[in-house]
Design a binder for this molecule. Sequence first.
Ligand code: BES
Ligand code: MN
Ligand code: MN
Length: 452
Amino acid sequence: MIQEYILANQQRFLDELFELLRIPSVSADSRHKADVRQAAEYILKKLKEAGADSVELCETKGHPIVFGEKKINATLPTVLVYGHYDVQPPDPLELWASPPFEPVIKDGKIFARGSCDDKGQVYMHLKAFEAMMKLNQLPCNIKFMIEGEEEVGSDNLGTFVKENKEKLKADVILISDTSLISLDCPSITTGLRGLSYLEVEVTGPNRDLHSGVYGGAVANPINVLAEMITSLHDENGRVMIPGFYDKVASLSDEERKKINSAPFNLSDYKHDLNIDEVQGEQGYTTIERTGIRPTLDVNGIWGGYTGEGAKTVLPSKAHAKISMRLVPHQNSDEVTKLFTKHFLSIAPKSVKVKVTSHHGGQPAVTPTDSKAFKAASKAFEEVWGKAPIPTRDGGSIPIVSLFKKELGLDTVLMGFGLDSDAIHSPNEHYGVKNFLIGIETIVAFHKHFAQG
Ligand code: BES
Ligand code: MN
Ligand code: MN
């Protein structure tokens, strides 16, 4: 019995996950290159131990991709599990209650960078696989593709997918890298937002100036940048870039009603974030604002003097990182172009503006009438005793649309995190319960998918 197997082995499962969580596989930071590889090698070793009969570390221009496979019968369907072993940088370190790469369990939650996003969720798949192998219950063929560059845009994975279509042949992609509503209310993600990420640089005078000698007569790039950014939204919270909303799919009243019928408590939401009021595009609910509407946010802004004390300086440059979350049927490259054109057009003559684009990704929606989605629903019903609610998530997994485009495959987004797990933030955590029930639900998915 699967439940018994999980119960009997849960301490070892957690010990093994902790070992993975101790490896600081920060893909964005070149100082962690060797650590990223070590995490890949750990996954590879564990896949092999769990019973994969071919495993390999696929080299890329960046961090390696772990590939593993267990083929039991060519006539049976194949599930391709995707996930990522890289993590976001842990800073600001001083805000962690315990060090980010020294996992601990507190109040039934595993605290560590990557515990939820995505090492903890990837590890559920490894242990579900191990359990199915040990219990002689693997009902279908299974492939694993676990990458190390998701948090930096998956550029090399795109190339890998295009060049390895035969190797990646499957019937469905299964990903656990999203969240569900709560442990009382399971849900399956049916849509993800896309992303366009840019950096802007505003240059005023050719050098930092004395703010008394020159202040008032020469444009201050920080003041200018702040004004330019402010002008990107109107008073109704709409993004003011011409053409920004042109391709945004509008939902029928019925679809909106359905989305808003998911359990959501605004005062809990505000309480959790310690805010008195929410804010966003007028005419839409909080669920809609993060699920089906596009946004523009400043992710970072800097320039001038930020050290201790005061320095009276009129800086030469100001910078900001700006991201836009996109929804069907917006296109990341198009939106990047619209932003660039607009941002350059609103620059006053007193400054020079440069816009550079970082990674992006297309939005995605997944079908809810497929055999795989039905199998996922059944798995939740069986293990959780409740049918899952379809939801749209605000985050992005750019590779989902690429899987569809390059491999013709649909994805099932069966995530087990919670929005409150603090992914990308200090004190990221993942419930031990989520981890264990996730393993069981994944096993049930494979069973129903193979039967379906
Ligand atoms: N797992 C997240 C995406 C996510 C989180 C989707 C929660 C739904 C719910 C993923 O690792 C992530 O952080 N993606 C990035 C995009 C990437 C291009 C850097 C994101 O959404 O910012
Ligand atoms: Mn993730
Ligand atoms: Mn992430």
